[in-house]
Each structure stands twice: as C-alpha cells, then as structure tokens.
Design a protein around this ligand. Sequence first.
Ligand code: PHB
Length: 393
Amino acid sequence: MISTRSFAKQLLGFALATAFAGSSYAADPLKIGLVLPMSGPFAAYGKQIEHGVKLYLATNGDTIAGRKIELVLKDDSPGTAGDVSKRLAQELVIKDKVDILAGFGLTPSAFAVAPVATEAKKPMVVMNAATSAITTKSPYIVRTSMTLPQNSAPIATWAARSGIKNVFVLIADYGPGYDAGGQFRKTFTAAGGKVVDEVRVPVNNPDYGPFLQRIKDAKPDAVFLFLPPGAGTVAFMKGFAERGLAQSGIKLISTGDLTDEDILDALGDSALGLVTSFHYSADHKSPENQAYVVAYAKAYPKDRPNFMSVGGYDGMRLIADVLKKTGGSADAEKFVAAAKGMKWVSPRGPVMIDPATRDVVQTIYIRKVERVDGKLQNVEFDKIADVKDPGKE
Ligand code: PHB
C-alpha cells in the first residue's frame, strides 16, 4: 500500500519525465552559426568577434542549460556582399541545422540575413554591424554592439562645446556612414554648429587624395568622419598628415571606430590627441574590463581587444543568459522575449537590451588617444550614461 503523498510524488516524477521526453532540445548540442568576414579587407572583424565569442565560452564553460555549444563558422568575406552572406546563412539553417544565427561584421551582411532569420524563425544576434535600422529588419534580431547614431550624437555635442564651429563631413558611402553623418549633422547644427560640406567615399580602398584636397581647400575647423576601420582608415590618416591638413590646424573628430585598438598601433603617433566618442575602450577602468583584457591577452597574445571582440563576448553572454532563462530553448519568440530588458555589466560598463528596439542601451565615453605605459590607448575623460539609439527616436 502506498501513501497518497508518495503516489503524488510518483505522479510528479512521471509528469516531469514526460515533459523532458517531449522536449527534444533537452540534451542536444546547441548550434550557433557564425557569419563573419574571416579574410579580405575586413578579416580583422571576423577575427575579433570570433575571439570574443570563444573567450566567453573558454572563461564561462561551453555547456549552457545542459546544452553543449557548437560553433559553425562561415566566412562571408568581404562582408559587404549581401548575397554571399545570405547564401551562407541559408546553408547554416538548412544544411547545418543551426539554432541561432550570429556574428555579422558589416551592415550589408546583417541586412541580407535578416529575412532568412525571419523566415526560418531563428534568433539572430548581431555582434557588430551598426546601422540603426538593422534591428527593424527582423523581429528576431538582438544586437550587442552599438549604433552609429548612438556614438555620433555625443561627439557632436562635445565638438560644439569645444569651440568647433565649421565641420566638413566625410563618410563611407553606405548605411553606417549615412547614420553617422546624419546624426552628427542633426546634433551639431542643433547646438549652433555648421556643416560646410559632405563627401561620401567608397567603402573599399578609395584614393583619398582628391577628398583630402577638397577638405584642405574648404578650411573647416574640423573633419567629422566615419570609415569602417581597416587599411583604408590607416591610409586616410597618413594622407591627412602628408598633405598638411593636420599642420594647417584642421582637427579630426570621429566615433571611436577611427581609433579602434585593432588598428591603433598602425595609426601610430598620428593618432595622438584624437578625441572620439565610443562605448568601449581597452583602457576602460573597471574590474570587469581588467579581467577581460588580461584574459584576452593570455588567449590571443598577438592581438589587442577591441569593441568588436566585446560585441562578440557580450553576444555570447546574451545567448548564455537567455538559454538559462528559457531552460535551453532557442525558440525565436522565447529567445527575444527573454533578451528584452536583460541587463549585465559588460567589459564596456553597464548595458541593457532595450525592450523596445532590441539594441543596447549603454554608456558612451569621450576619450583621447594618449600613450600609456608605452602603448597608445583611448583614455576616457567624460561619459554619458544610458544612451539609447537616437536613430529610432
Ligand atoms: C558596419 O558595417 O555596420 C560597421 C562596420 C565597422 C564599424 C561599424 C559599423 O566600425
């Protein structure tokens, strides 16, 4: 004869066992398809984001909510050809049967994959691509990097307050460039400044000579620029110095993409004194960042951690925290519901996923390039807390 109590216990056990048998995800590995440029002009983006994702797993363990994380990496270089990114994402969903799509170094890649995520009902975690509108292209996108308007408004305010009156805008001819230039113009002119001219340059390998001459002739107080960091940025800075623009007193202002730690050493002393606004600096003073920088240096001694690596690290953290909340389910609706409003302390500082936009709300810092212990660093000297993406307001 069994007691009512132990019978109830047996029933509960049976119910639980049935529930687990019914959920096919309980012990399956969880596959994340990473779409990243691993070669070509933006290979550093893929390298940095992959580093961040792997560092998170190495530091925190690669089994989350009972599911072992498997990464499947596809190289969508150059990262600016949407059709390539889209085909690879489709392959990841159909052939590799991934549960989550993630990565996305450049905007064209994220725009092209958004409809794949919607159709396949897969969560899509954007770890770098930063055109504001990206998160509006699929309800299943969550972004862990930034937006260009979010970083461009604070530097426009800083410039207006610092006595800069006339600015020449130079932007890469695609989404993030338009976002950066548009927001800079809006905030700077509202603060009484004037944009005297604007040029749009090709995303890949432009010859900056004619543009630099035009800027020199216009004699602005400063140039505001957005270029996707890489060899092009280094070439621009070299031309800026060689053609005497710096010497003639024209200042350079930018979002921190310009002084990204991955290219900062290549920019060399020409970067000294540059003031930029950004959400991440490897020099950020916090215990979380100190631990991150040390762990990164140990794992990848040849590289420096930058904002893209943190976008990958935080993207992997978001996935882990969501899976813990959903009990291991990567169902797109459940994933996004769990991600909305999520908060944590990133190496960059405190962050939150905006429930309205699925973008990061974060602190934007104003920094200056200085040599610290022999190394070029973006040294933070001012900040604005809880900045939302103004691109969606
Ligand atoms: C982008 O293509 O969205 C992009 C690329 C590089 C950046 C920021 C945004 O630094």
